[in-house]
Design a protein around this ligand. Structure first.
Ligand code: ATP
Length: 337
């Protein structure tokens, strides 16, 4: 049995959390893999009710769980996810983008993953005012850059597809910070002669994600660029509704959709729960590998194929061209699992 902490979040968070709970319970009933789920509060609602966006009870419950699922939170995201990533040293943010049949993707042969450094860059929140100006400190260290580069090369090795790592930066302008990141990746690349290594400026990468997305395999980049490029890569394969993410450290991991709280569609039962459900698939992979539990990996694969088999037959939510509500689409998944 795996103990799962579940932050239900804001906006569409509670709706897609209900979908996740329903799927996890079905996995227990039908596939005999038990998840003990603890619902937790964090984000705008928690801030309003308790005065803290990330209450202590939530932190303690997360630390006692085997893995955390996090639905999106609203305006207070920086006080929740950015804090959790740093507190739990979840240094690798993994954001896959793959084209599946019958998805509104740019092409049908895209299979890439963004490996985003998750603890540094402009996300450390070190901002201040000096007279007329506002200043932000951008911190990029050799140790964190080498650590994420190693993760990217190991990912390329395991994927065994194009065996390519693209290091994305802007060292022609930010010579010291991005220069350090590029050099750290280049240094690590020497330990992986079997993997093709290339560098690309972030603006060129943004263009190439539209022009020739099929050429990418593993993209390794700094925190802010990774955030922006992964919204783009999600759209390239069909939209934020189908984009999962993992935040991985050496001992713990947190799984969440790439998208935000989507307040514009909250409470309407039209959100696509797939990003969050595909995050459960990533969680099953991680738990399975960590615990040498092949059944857990198989369950994740079953969940993924169930979702995409439905999409293939035209059973979809509105954001990707269908007419199913969140709850109807979830029911189709639980029926078919
Ligand atoms: P954040 O800055 O927190 O990432 P954001 O302001 O970029 O959030 P999102 O909440 O990610 O915005 O949503 C962007 C757009 O995508 C919105 O129009 C929203 O309706 C749509 N969207 C996001 N997630 C989903 C989903 N699961 N299902 C359907 N539409 C979605």
């Amino acid at each position: 049995m795996y103990k799962i902490s579940l932050i239900t979040g804001d906006g569409i968070g509670p709706e897609i959390s209900e979908s996740a709970i329903s799927v996890l319970n079905t996995i227990h009933d039908k596939l005999d893999l038990k998840f003990d789920i603890t619902k937790l509060s964090a984000g705008d609602n928690a801030l309003e009710q308790t005065g803290k966006a990330l209450p202590d009870e939530t932190i303690n419950a997360i630390k006692q769980s085997d893995a955390c699922l996090k639905a999106p939170v609203g305006e207070s995201a920086v006080d929740v996810i950015v804090v959790l990533r740093r507190m739990l040293d979840l240094y690798a943010n993994i954001r896959p983008a793959k084209s599946y049949p019958h998805m509104p993707a740019l092409r049908d042969d895209i299979d890439m993953v963004i490996v985003r450094e998750n603890t540094e860059d402009l996300y450390t929140g070190k901002e201040f005012r000096v007279g007329d100006s506002a200043v932000a400190l951008r911190i990029i260290s050799v140790s964190a850059s080498k650590r994420i580069a190693k993760y990217a090369f190991e990912t390329a090795k395991q994927r065994n597809l194009k065996k390519k790592v693209t290091c994305v930066h802007k060292s022609n302008v930010m010579r010291i910070t991005d220069g350090l990141f590029a050099k750290a990746c280049t240094d690590v690349s020497k330990d992986y002669p079997e993997i093709v290594f290339e560098e690309m400026y972030v603006d060129a990468c943004a263009m190439n994600l539209i022009r020739q997305p099929q050429e990418f395999d593993v993209v390794v980049t700094t925190n802010l660029y990774g955030d922006i490029l992964s919204d783009e890569s999600s759209q390239v394969v069909g939209g934020l509704g189908m984009a999962p993410a993992a935040n991985i450290g050496d001992n713990f991991a947190l799984f969440e959709p790439v998208h935000g709280a989507a307040f514009d569609i909250a409470g309407q039962n039209i959100a696509n729960p797939s990003s969050f459900l595909l995050s459960i698939k990533m969680m099953c992979d991680w738990l399975g590998v960590k615990n040498n539990d092949s059944k857990c990996i198989e369950v994740g694969e079953k969940l993924e194929s169930t979702i995409f088999d439905l999409v293939k037959t035209g059973i979809k939510t509105k954001d990707i061209g269908g007419d199913m509500s969140t709850s109807e689409f979830t029911k189709q998944i639980t029926d078919n699992l």
